[in-house]
Design a protein around this ligand. Structure first.
Ligand code: FMN
Length: 208
């Protein structure tokens, strides 16, 4: 595939948005590993991921300098990869890599930069590794491919809480408003312009 053809839009990823994907890597014994990881689309051929210390994924990426980002639309696969490791028959080799057989599409990525930072958030302080990678080959495996972006779900959830505000007692109403504010923070973190505009319209209405 020539470099001109490399564009993450092919797998439905747009600049500035963070998508929930499944990253597949392998260890020094060639054993594949899969884990859900958020991937920020930095440009049409560059991604950034934020990896907490201690995962196999981080260890393997440090070792191999390359990995595959699987676009998965099946929530069951996310659950499986979070709660356990998928068995070897769920993986398929491609060149030096492994990808997930039932993904909607995938792309290979080569590490270009890695930076370790201290991060303080509501979970306390932790070591975070910011990795940058160049997208190499892109493959579409299923007709429909739409990577999960949490902003869309957050807006739908917020709208549901909004439509229930009138029905709720004061305590529940406050709980719903807190949840909407939390969703708004999420939309600003992982969403695109359209998501942010949609959320702002809802917040304006609530504040009236
Ligand atoms: C939807 C989703 C997104 C996640 N995103 C990240 C992420 O961006 N960075 C990270 O370090 N962990 C993330 N995690 C947590 C890792 O998937 C989890 O720590 C996993 O156990 C790592 O597996 P591994 O040790 O096989 O690499 C995410 C989990 C889920 C369910």
């Amino acid at each position: 595939m020539n470099s001109e053809a490399i564009n993450l839009k092919k797998v439905g990823m747009h600049k500035g948005l963070l998508y929930e994907t499944i990253i597949t890597t392998k260890n020094s014994d060639n054993i594949p590993n899969a884990a859900p990881i958020g991937v920020l689309c930095k440009s049409e051929n560059e991604i950034v991921a934020y990896l907490y210390q201690g995962s196999h994924t981080l260890e393997n990426i440090k070792l191999q300098k390359k990995f595959i980002v699987n676009i998965v639309n099946d929530p069951e696969v996310f659950v499986e990869c979070t709660l356990s490791d998928p068995s070897p028959q769920h993986f398929k080799p491609y060149k030096d890599y492994f990808f997930l057989k039932n993904c909607a599409g995938y792309f290979t990525a080569e590490l270009t930069d890695m930076k370790e930072v201290d991060r303080k958030d509501k979970l306390g302080s932790s070591n975070l590794n910011i990795i940058k990678a160049q997208v190499e080959d892109i493959f579409i495996c299923q007709e429909s491919i739409k990577p999960f972006n949490r902003a869309s779900f957050a807006i739908i959830e917020s709208l549901i809480y909004f439509t229930r505000l009138e029905l709720a007692d004061e305590k529940t109403r406050q709980k719903y408003l807190d949840r909407i504010r939390e969703m708004s923070r999420l939309v600003n973190k992982v969403g695109g312009l359209k998501h942010k505009k949609a959320m702002a319209t809802l917040l304006n209405r609530i504040n009236k």
